[in-house]
Write a protein that binds this ligand. Sequence first.
Ligand code: ATP
Ligand code: MG
Length: 421
Amino acid sequence: MDQFTLPYDVSLCCDTLRQAGHPAHPVGGCVRDLLLGRIPGDWDLCTSALPEQTASLFPNVALTGAKHGTITVLTGTGPIEVTTFRADGPYSDGRRPDTVMFCRSLEQDLARRDFTVNAMALDEDGHVVDLFGGQADLNAQILRCIGDPNRRFEEDGLRMFRAIRFQAQLGFQLTEDTIAAIRRQAHKAVSLSRERVRTEVEKALLSPQPAKAALFFHLGLMTSCAQGQPAPLDCLAALPPETYVRWAGLCGALLERGAIPTCAQFLTALRLDGGTRRACAAGEVLWREGLPNTTHQWRHTLARFGRAACRAAAAMAGPAPLEELDALLSQAPCITVGQLALSGGELASFGLAGRDIGRAQAKLLAHVLDFPQDNTRERLLQVLATGQESQNGSKSLPSALHEDHHPLVQPSRRPGKGPHN
Ligand code: ATP
Ligand code: MG
């Protein structure tokens, strides 16, 4: 029989509650993860202590969830959520119980949880308390609701998203009746908080089996933000597990099938952060234009769109273009004036001022995008001095400076006295 040793702070938290006369148990996801040999992402305890009793036992607590029975105990190694044993009252909003009833029994508390694999606890000796067949389902890799899935999803629509997310994270199968219940209750999804939905979809996208995120669409949970199905998502697993990259991959699959009008609309509907939205929206412009074919073209495109938008566009097209782009980026190519081997300060020390510095930098960058090996101080000074033309025919800095009668190339002129000043 499994017996688990807990991290020091979790163990101390349990002991503190028990010494005050309150049974206390690690519960839910942390027990599931221990049984799977994974390191728990967070630790939850359940206890018979009422929230105010829990709060009085610890020096550092946050009271944000107290209404629903949760006190967050702040420890040196992270927060621990301590929730009073509870049974949920009726649900009328499809997400949260109207009332929660604190109770004395672990059994009732376990019965309100979503899936059998999430409804196990540890007793004082570190043994697993498993009243609903969680371990058997864990071994068989099955995700099964506690009780009637139809009723459980009707109570709280977020559980449908959790089911698909766990399937992607754990690689488990949903039971037939669970899938049927999701189809039946999918209409409930529209009333859920978009942030909550986003969190679950994102966890699925970042999981080892991101292709499973297609189920959110196939089972009808995303009708408020997409009007159809994505192209198969099998390629997502080969994209690096970075948040905006995986979202871009999903957007690409949706755009391909015309299931969303634009990335911006889809990502805004799901309340994605500004960084992800901007990268994907700009990436979409490039994706629609067509991706560059050569590293030379990619450097120019990187200078125009920026790194994040280019990576998003590449991810929309699939793992191979992104791999190619990342290989180029790993060589730290100069794609911004800030990366030029000649700084704005140095240009100023040569007598350039104001807009002329920007103009000089733009010309040098244009040169370096064509001739990346020229990004050395020495070579850039030569470029400035000789007025070398860049490969694509655009004039580089010195010739332009000649045209501008700039002091750098017309040393006889004193700075600040040129015709353009
Ligand atoms: P994660 O690895 O993402 O933390 P988790 O299963 O631990 O997954 P939490 O959101 O941390 O998920 O919730 C902790 C536990 O609370 C769950 O394991 C489950 O027992 C219970 N729980 C969470 N959300 C729900 C819900 N919507 N309905 C029923 N029980 C829930
Ligand atoms: Mg958890």
